[in-house]
Write a protein that binds this ligand. Structure first.
Ligand code: AMP
Length: 223
C-alpha cells in the first residue's frame, strides 16, 4: 500500500506514519526528516533549506522533490510507503504523479487528518523526541515512563525542533492554508481521499487508518 498522510503541522502524521511503519513494514517517507538530516549533515540541500525551515516556510519545490525522489528508489519502499509531509504544494502533487509513473508505482489512498487548529499550537509547542531512536513525547500528553529515559531505547538525549516554537508554528499553519490545503481538490478528483478525525485519541485515529487500508486493499484486489 502506498499512502499520503495529509494535514497541518501537529495533526499526528508523523506519529501515525511511525506506527504504520512498525506494524506493516511500510516505509515512512518524511520530507521534513530528510531535510533535517540534510541540515544536520551540512549537505548543499541542507545549507539551502536551513533558514527557510527555521522560519517555518516551505523549502523550494525542486529541492524537496529531488530529496524525495532518491528515497522513493529505496528497495524498502517497494513494500509500501507513507508520504508524511509531501506533497505540500500543487506543483509537488503533479511532480509526485510524474515520479510515481516513471518508477511504476501507484498511490492507493490519501488520508487527511482533520484537526481543530486551536489545539495545534499546544500540541506542537509541547512535543519533543528521543534524539537517539526518534520516539515522540509530549510535555502534557506523553511523558517518558521513567523520567529522563526513552521508553523505547533507554537513552537520555531528548530534542525539541527549533521550528516548534509557537510563533513559527503560526507561520507553518499559514503556509499549510495558503499552499498545501489547495491540493485537496486535486486528490478529491481522483477519488482517493478519506478524512479521519485527527482529534480522536491516537488508537482511534490508528483504527480509522487501518479501516482505510483494508478498504484500499479490497479495492486493489477487485480491480
Ligand atoms: P515537517 O517535519 O513535515 O513539519 O517539515 C518541517 C519543515 O521542513 C517544513 O516547515 C518545511 O520548511 C520543510 N518541508 C518539509 N517537507 C516539505 C515539502 N514537501 N515542501 C516544502 N518544504 C518542506
Amino acid at each position: 500500500m502506498n499512502l499520503i498522510l495529509l494535514g497541518p503541522p501537529g495533526a499526528g502524521k508523523g506519529t501515525q506514519a511511525t506506527r504504520l511503519e512498525r506494524l506493516h513494514g511500510m516505509v515512512q517517507l518524511s520530507t521534513g526528516n530528510m531535510l533535517r538530516a540534510a541540515v544536520a549533515a551540512g549537505t548543499p540541500v541542507g545549507l539551502a533549506a536551513k533558514a527557510v525551515m527555521e522560519a517555518g516556510q516551505l523549502v523550494p519545490d525542486a529541492l524537496v522533490e529531488g530529496v524525495l525522489s532518491d528515497h522513493l528508489d529505496d528497495p524498502d519502499a517497494r513494500h509500501g510507503f507513507i508520504l508524511d509531509g509531501f506533497p505540500r504544494t500543487t506543483t509537488q502533487a503533479h511532480a509526485l504523479d510524474a515520479m510515481l509513473a516513471a518508477k511504476g508505482l501507484k498511490l492507493d489512498a490519501v488520508i487527511v487528518l482533520d484537526v481543530n487548529e486551536n489545539a495545534l499550537v499546544t500540541r506542537i509547542a509541547g512535543r519533543f523526541a528521543c534524539g537517539y531512536c526518534g520516539e515522540g513525547y509530549h510535555d502534557q500528553f506523553k511523558l517518558p515512563r521513567a523520567p529522563g529515559r526513552c521508553d523505547v531505547c533507554g537513552h537520555d538525549d531528548f530534542r525539541r525542533r527549533p521550528d516548534d516554537r509557537a510563533e513559527t508554528v503560526r507561520t507553518r499553519l499559514a503556509e499549510y492554508h495558503t499552499k498545501t490545503a489547495p491540493i485537496l481538490p486535486y486528490y478529491d478528483a481522483q477519488r482517493v481521499v478519506t478524512h479521519v478525525d485527527g482529534m480522536a485519541d491516537m488508537d482511534h485515529v490508528a483504527a480509522s487508518i487501518e479501516a482505510v487500508l483494508a478498504r484500499a486493499k479490497a479495492n486493489a484486489v477487485s480491480v
